[in-house]
Design a protein around this ligand. Structure first.
Ligand SMILES: [Zn+2]
Length: 125
């Protein structure tokens, strides 16, 4: 058996349409062939200073990262988990938390965050 044939057998035959994983490279580097990863986004949290006395209210350096993920079944012909938006928040002082959201939950969270930000910038509706 050639390395190519061995590698081909471990690759998932089905990828979700959003999968951007280069599975052959991932397997060659020792990665899990059953993991599908999609696009990611990141936001860096900046230091927040009090507007009056300039004291630090929140240290910068943490951030939010989000990406798409889904696990393939052991036989690689289906999916073991639902497609999820994985949302990780890291506060440099408070630590890290990872939340896995369905697409509906991610949309709801995004709308609620925007709504609260609008209250700050535009006032109550
Ligand atoms: Zn994939």
């Amino acid at each position: 058996m050639t390395d190519t044939a061995s590698t081909a057998r471990t690759l998932p035959p089905l990828c979700p349409s959003w999968c951007t994983t280069t599975h052959a490279d991932n397997v060659a580097e020792g990665g899990d062939p059953g993991e599908h990863w999609g696009p990611s986004r990141a936001v860096t949290l900046q230091t927040i200073h009090n507007e009056i006395d300039r004291r630090v209210e929140r240290d910068g350096g943490g951030g939010c990262e989000m990406w798409l993920g889904q696990r393939a079944l052991e036989d690689r012909y289906g999916f073991e988990s639902a497609p999820l938006v994985e949302f990780q928040v890291e506060d440099i002082n408070q630590g890290r938390a990872l939340v896995k959201l369905t697409s509906g939950e991610a949309r709801t969270l995004a709308r609620q965050l925007e709504s609260l930000a609008d209250v700050i910038d535009l006032g109550p509706a």
